[in-house]
Design a protein around this ligand. Sequence first.
Ligand SMILES: NC(=O)c1ccc[n+]([C@@H]2O[C@H](COP(=O)([O-])OP(=O)(O)OC[C@H]3O[C@@H](n4cnc5c(N)ncnc54)[C@H](OP(=O)(O)O)[C@@H]3O)[C@@H](O)[C@H]2O)c1
Length: 374
Amino acid sequence: MNPPCSSKPPPPGDPSAISGHSAISESLAAPLRPEPIRDEAELDEFLTRPGARLTETIRTVPSPLLVLGAGGKMGPTLAVLARRAAEATGHSLEVIAVSRFTDQRARQWLEDRGVRTIAADLLDRSAVARLPDAANVIYLVGRKFGTQGNPSLSWALNTLVPANIAERYAGARIVALSTGNVYPFVPVASDGAAEATPLTPLGEYANAAVARERVFEHFSHRNGTRIALIRLNYAVELRYGVLVDIARRIRAGEPVDLTNGWFNCIWQGDANELILRALPLASAPAEAWNLTGPAKLEVRGLAQQFSALLDRPARFTGTPSDTALLSNPAKLCGELGEPRTPLDTILRWTAHWVRNGGRLLDKPTHFEVRDGKY
Ligand SMILES: NC(=O)c1ccc[n+]([C@@H]2O[C@H](COP(=O)([O-])OP(=O)(O)OC[C@H]3O[C@@H](n4cnc5c(N)ncnc54)[C@H](OP(=O)(O)O)[C@@H]3O)[C@@H](O)[C@H]2O)c1
């Protein structure tokens, strides 16, 4: 068991900006690749490079492994990570990625890397019925942005699709993504919301995300379906994420909003690896697990670090609140270990990427939002 990965934040404005992360992570892992990451081919290769512990888990997974909602920001690299982990151990695991594939490039990218794809709208029960049987399912379907304009679609996606999938795969192990947004804001001086914290968030998106969990829980109770609910806080890679959002503003000379002054995040490669390694944690009744990096990160201090790395002045707006959306990942860290990629390495990669005009997805996280409206 690893030690619990949580601690108190440093004083506001402390240039280290980090509570509890870098020292722990640096001691766990030297940088896993030479710096910097120069282009998308290198980024994708690194994001889909399996570690030894993932390979151990994947060799126990019978074929096929189903990844649902695979066409978004995390699914493509998660599916290929699973595929490469199977290849590394000589395990003939078919990885099947299911999505509507609104983005056809994601579909082609997956096919080119040996992942079978199926285009399906998972709101459609007959389409769900036609999906292949599987004993292991990774569930990534979700809808956050646009909820304000069309809340009924977000509620439908976050309730009807879980019901369709939980019924169709009642005998499977399901790792279902949730979000740290299911928690209310907690004091920044606290250790962050733990899994037992009451789910009383603000806004329709977050409440629909609570509903997503509750629907999965309901079917787990009813049918004995083994489910792990993964409450993820901010995956980051170089094309999107909170760190890119901050770095891009510094680079552009735009002010960084401090209103939401603290957050947690995790390198997407580590998040995907831990999501796959969570398959053995699936249980009936369903259980929730926080997934994020073990540090509380301060927006102001990170902006100052990017200012130094990018050689641009940092400008700020807003006054930090004494509460924030913070999760405590000690429970999952205790079972699976901590994320491998050190924060200061991610910061250097991000600064290099932004300075050199690396491609961005143009999907801002809106981490500054405090009224729950997305
Ligand atoms: N990325 C993060 O930092 C983060 C943080 C917290 C929680 N999460 C959770 O982690 C999960 C994965 O994250 P993500 O960033 O990859 O999310 P994402 O970019 O929104 O991807 C989810 C994908 O689900 C697919 N989908 C939506 N409705 C569907 C339907 N009716 N049928 C089939 N597929 C459908 C969509 O792809 P198509 O258009 O191809 O169907 C969508 O791109 C989400 O559930 C999210 O709530 C992510």
